[in-house]
Ligand binder design. Structure first.
Ligand SMILES: Nc1ncnc2c1ncn2[C@@H]1O[C@H](COP(=O)(O)OP(=O)(O)O)[C@@H](O)[C@H]1O
Ligand SMILES: [Mg+2]
Length: 312
């Protein structure tokens, strides 16, 4: 069963901003899925639509088979959301914030209290249960929102930039908690602009940029692509078909230039050895830059921010 299925989803805000330009993606039940992209890419908009906080312009969204247009209540019951912006009553106590949320789902108070103790303990907030939320640190507030999102034990947990602004130690303990939650069977989707976060947690990644999905693959495949570089070679004598160069992936472009893929273990010397042996003479060489690579570079820069613990 699919946890989430999105087809041709678009969103144009009232001011004319085209935040989503027709996105498709599917999340399998049990998966740990990253929606990775720079600021302004459309991540929060996509999550807003999944959780019915934002009206879509067109397209379909199904949560565990429930279409949000025809079966919204069932769809909503499957989802726990940790939004990007804190949206709780900061004057309320930690325990009340979690237990009151249970009321919206018709959970009896006894069960709510049991679960609140379980999740607040796991998130190391139980000893703060009587404090008012405004006295918590940023990382604690974020963990409180996770406890609140789990109170009805949703099948799908959605977190929008859960570790933004959280220091590195807390970040790692949140990662551990999310990993355990996923292992216990909860499907998780999170958005992040940190490649490292997606890399540490997620098995599948969709990369979103300017309202379009530009990559959607297993995390391991995307990482492999990250290590590859594509060179474009101009040749002295045009070829009619791509040559076989042992150890290298090649393709011939329409303009007669040759593209060669190098991965992390290859070096340019061995490429030139192989070219020389094949009798191919190269006039010039350049690195092929494309949007995906540029974006990866930006996301890898984000990685350093994570390592240094200075998230935004
Ligand atoms: N309520 C809104 N009204 C108009 N434009 C919006 C609104 N919310 C977001 N946007 C715009 O939509 C685009 C996508 O934003 P968002 O979904 O928040 O991206 P992300 O979460 O990836 O940073 C951005 O250009 C943003 O400025
Ligand atoms: Mg956002």
């Amino acid at each position: 069963m699919r946890a989430l299925s999105i087809q041709n989803l678009t969103k144009i805000y009232a001011n004319g901003t085209e935040a989503l330009k027709g996105i498709d993606f599917n999340v399998e039940s049990g998966d740990f899925y990253a929606l990775l992209g720079p600021n302004g890419a459309g991540k929060t908009t996509a999550i807003g639509i999944m959780t019915s906080l934002v009206n879509k312009t067109s397209g379909t969204v199904e949560i565990f088979g429930h279409d949000i247009d025809t079966d919204l209540e069932s769809a909503k019951a499957c989802i726990g959301l940790v939004p990007q912006e804190l949206n709780m009553n900061l004057f309320d106590s930690v325990l009340n914030i979690v237990v009151n949320q249970a009321g919206y789902y018709g959970i009896d108070r006894r069960t709510a209290l049991q679960r609140a103790e379980k999740y607040l303990s796991e998130l190391r907030l139980w000893d703060r249960k009587d404090d008012s939320a405004r006295n918590l640190s940023g990382g604690m507030k974020r963990r409180l929102m996770i406890a609140r999102a789990l109170i009805h034990e949703p099948k799908l947990l959605i977190l929008d930039e859960p570790t933004a602004g959280v220091d590195i130690e807390i970040r790692r303990s949140m990662w551990d908690f999310l990993r355990r939650t996923n292992e216990a069977g909860t499907t998780i989707i999170l958005t992040t602009h940190y490649l490292e976060e997606a890399e540490n947690l997620c098995r599948h990644v969709a990369i979103i940029d300017e309202g379009r999905i530009i990559e959607d693959a297993k995390m391991s495949e995307v990482l492999r692509k990250l290590q590859r570089e594509i060179f474009v070679l101009s040749l002295r004598d045009p070829l009619t078909k791509a040559p076989t160069l042992p150890g290298f992936e090649t393709s011939l472009r329409n303009d007669g230039e040759l593209e060669v893929v190098l991965d992390a273990k290859d070096d340019l010397n061995s490429l030139f050895d192989v070219l020389t042996r094949a009798g191919i003479s190269v006039v010039s060489l350049r690195n092929k830059a494309n949007r995906l690579e540029e974006l990866f570079m930006g996301l890898v820069e984000g990685k350093h921010q994570v390592s240094g613990g200075q998230g935004d």
